[in-house]
Design a protein around this ligand. Structure first.
Ligand code: PMP
Length: 438
């Protein structure tokens, strides 16, 4: 159809060679490289709506969406105009500004948090939330789940998903044993393991951190009631429950991952972390929570946390404009788009006889190349990554840019219109065949 068939990738290859001469692995974040699937990552020179254009002039339907942020699609005219207006007024003052208050109000309106503090990355958000939890409780231990990724915070890199999973690095070198020793890693969706950990260490646990609905080992939804159980277990033991919504916030639903079960089951996290969508494509992230807990932060309290570019006026303007445009109708449309793509992928993989499971969390979904549902990281690891690599490259050759790893959520945007969806659907028969014969 309308996607241009990649004729050459010579320019991307040349740029990647230059990149590798000056940057480790040629990339500034590991999953951007094609280590898991082979080949050369495309150098993107521009993007508009649902489409990416590379240095060779090839167009791709984007199913990465900057790993989540681009909810409205690339170069949305209203976001562009708001950002241009902000830039014209100067890009950073190091003083309080109006858009950071308005963005905090928007986050407070959509989620159960009462106070918000801005930072510049999801990593900073989780790192700061954990420091706050430790400061507020006077305890040191942190509980996390295998396969959940919370950024490259020392204490949280043990058995993380995403890029760490892709590279099959068991944790990472460079993290002191002392930091890892403060972290308890449990299998996801395993109530027994949670109860046993709290039984053994309950009075020493500062917090349990989890993804609201994990997306960094592929999409692995919590079993019904699991998040409520976690919140309750934390409360019983005086530990804080941190829901990491860097990926799911304002993305899975209008109210993020919390909108999928928290609003219904009636539990509230003590602290939450946000990023991606709320930055509208700029480096902005946040953590927030109950007013009494957030009061522990400097300058009110004794837990120090700061940032030169925190709440940056350009970034918060982009985020604010994005969230204001992300109406309930937008999420309905994203749901419908995601459903259409999911159904088409399943139909063609089935027709080609490729074992697969599609798992969903609101507008997020991922495809596991295995024949049974995935409940935790151990199960996510038992998939046919060679089949995924073949599928990925066939899609890429036909103008569809999927995450270059089987351990990632796929992301759609409000700009994924009929033409973009049709391009995906048209690519599926050949990609499914490639996966079947991998
Ligand atoms: N938490 C979650 C759930 C994430 O998905 C990510 C990023 N993928 C992070 C934290 C870290 O965010 P950042 O990459 O902005 O540091």
């Amino acid at each position: 159809t309308s996607a241009t068939t990649p004729s050459t990738t010579a320019a991307s290859e040349a740029w990647f060679e230059r990149a590798r001469a000056v940057t480790p692995g040629g990339v500034n974040s590991p999953v951007r490289a094609f280590n898991a699937v082979g080949g050369t990552p495309r150098f993107i020179t521009s993007a508009s709506g649902a489409w990416l254009t590379d240095a060779d002039g090839n167009d791709y339907v984007d199913l990465i969406c900057s790993w989540g942020p681009m909810l409205l699609g690339h170069a949305h005219p209203d976001v562009q105009a708001a950002v241009a207006g902000a830039v014209a007024r100067g890009t950073s003052y190091g003083t309080p500004t109006e858009p950071e208050v308005e963005l905090a109000e928007e986050i407070v309106a959509r989620t159960p948090v009462e106070r918000v503090r801005f930072v510049s990355s999801g990593t900073e958000a989780t790192m700061s939330a954990i420091r706050l939890a430790r400061g507020a409780t006077g305890r040191d231990l942190v509980v996390k789940f295998a396969g959940c990724y919370h950024g490259h915070v020392d204490a949280l890199l043990a058995e993380a998903g995403s890029g760490v999973a892709t590279l099959a690095v068991p944790g990472t070198s460079g993290v002191p044993a002392s930091a890892a020793a403060e972290t308890l890693v449990l299998p996801y969706n395993d109530r027994e393991a949670v109860l046993a950990a709290f039984e053994a260490y309950g009075s020493r646990i500062a917090c349990l951190i989890t993804e609201a609905t994990p997306g960094n080992m592929g999409v692995v939804p919590p079993a019904p009631g699991f998040n409520a159980f976690l919140a309750e277990t934390c409360r019983t033991h005086g530990a804080l429950f941190i829901s990491d919504e860097v990926m799911t916030g304002f993305r899975a639903t209008e109210q993020g991952g919390w909108g999928l079960d928290g609003a219904i089951e009636g539990w509230t996290p003590d602290l939450m972390t946000f990023g991606k969508v709320m930055g509208g494509g700029f480096p902005a992230a946040a953590f927030g929570g109950r007013a009494d807990l957030m009061a522990h932060l400097a300058p009110e309290g004794r837990v120090y946390q700061a940032g030169t570019l925190s709440g940056n006026p350009v970034a918060t303007t982009a985020g604010l404009t994005t969230l204001r445009l992300a109406t309930p109708e937008v999420y309905e449309q994203l749901d419908a788009t995601a459903r259409t793509i999911r159904d088409a992928v399943a139909e063609h993989l089935l027709a080609a006889g490729v074992p697969h499971v599609v798992q969903t969390a609101g507008t997020m979904f991922s495809v596991f190349f295995r024949d049974a549902a995935v409940r935790d990281f151990a199960e996510a690891s038992q998939q046919d990554t060679a089949a995924y690599a073949a599928f990925f490259h066939s899609m890429l050759d036909q103008g569809v840019y999927l995450p270059p790893s089987a351990y990632e959520s796929w992301f759609v945007s409000a700009a994924h219109d009929d033409r973009a969806i049709q391009t995906i659907v048209d690519a599926l028969p050949a990609a499914a065949f490639a996966a079947a014969t991998a």
